[in-house]
Design a protein around this ligand. Structure first.
Ligand code: SF4
Ligand code: FES
Length: 255
């Protein structure tokens, strides 16, 4: 096989690093209660590489076009869970969504997640969401004396709640749930996922207490198994399955 010349290698390298910019319209639902009572849609056009993420586009808009655009983000790598938003009508993390994957030939709509009060633009009041999380006691509860060595757990027992340890509390699941939209009192999928994480932990001793909390009229029985939550979860957690397991544990009292 012929060895590529330096010129060809340089051309190849240049091609792989050259970005191919396209014009994309971002249609963002804006809301500023100090300016207007009702939200409005605003279009921004950008020349952008479709391999960039929606979060990069929001940064570009904020830094180059309109500094008042308000949204949350921190890690930019799918870990902190702060930039869940509705992109083209579906809950996603802006930092994990490539522009090329959300039909950039048409305007890309970006709006706040549903079911929580919008404070400004894409920022919602997360307090009811975190209150439901706190209500299920998302921490290990044990009785008796402090252990003198680590609490033993078999690999099989650890496996039982492995999936639900992956939650980053982004709220994408809870705010994609029609039951939560209609009645914000429902604990919501994320709180149940985090209860599951401890109910099925063999070291924990407050499973009964958590189950009783979720036996409430606003607890697991409100779930209508629509699977929106599983589809929305950016961590690939089988949210609906976790909710089903908690329902089963409530009936059988075995977990
Ligand atoms: S279960 Fe998934 S979608 Fe729900 S809060 Fe946790 S990471 Fe986000
Ligand atoms: S910015 Fe942290 S998850 Fe997207």
């Amino acid at each position: 096989m012929a060895t590529p010349t330096m010129d060809k290698l340089e051309a190849l390298e240049k091609d792989s690093t050259t970005s191919h910019l396209i014009t994309v319209t971002f249609r963002i639902r804006r809301y500023n209660p100090e300016v207007a009572e009702e939200p409005t849609w605003q279009d921004f056009q950008l020349e952008i590489d479709p391999k960039e993420r929606v979060l990069d586009a929001l940064h570009k808009i904020k830094w180059e076009l309109d500094g008042s655009l308000t949204f949350r983000r921190s890690c930019a790598h799918g870990i902190c869970g702060s930039d869940a938003m509705r992109i083209n009508g579906k809950n996603r993390l802006a930092c994990k969504t490539l522009i090329k994957d959300v039909s950039p030939e048409k305007p890309i709509t970006v709006e706040a997640i549903k079911g929580l009060t919008v404070l400004k633009d894409l920022v919602v009041d997360m307090e009811p969401f975190f209150q439901a999380y706190r209500d299920v006691m998302p921490f290990l509860v044990t009785k008796g004396n402090e252990p003198t060595r680590e609490r033993y757990q078999s690999a099989e027992d650890r496996e039982r709640f492995d999936d639900t340890t992956k939650c980053i509390l982004c709220a994408a699941c809870t705010t994609s749930c029609p039951v939560f939209w209609n009645d914000g009192q429902y604990f919501g999928p994320a709180a149940i996922v985090n209860a599951h994480r401890f109910i099925f932990d063999s070291r924990d001793e407050a499973g009964e207490q958590r189950l009783e909390i979720l036996n409430d009229r606003d607890g697991v029985w409100r779930c209508r198994t629509t699977f929106n939550c599983t589809d929305a979860c950016p961590r690939g957690i089988e949210v609906t399955k976790a909710i089903q397991e908690v329902k089963r544990a409530l009936i059988t009292r075995r977990y």
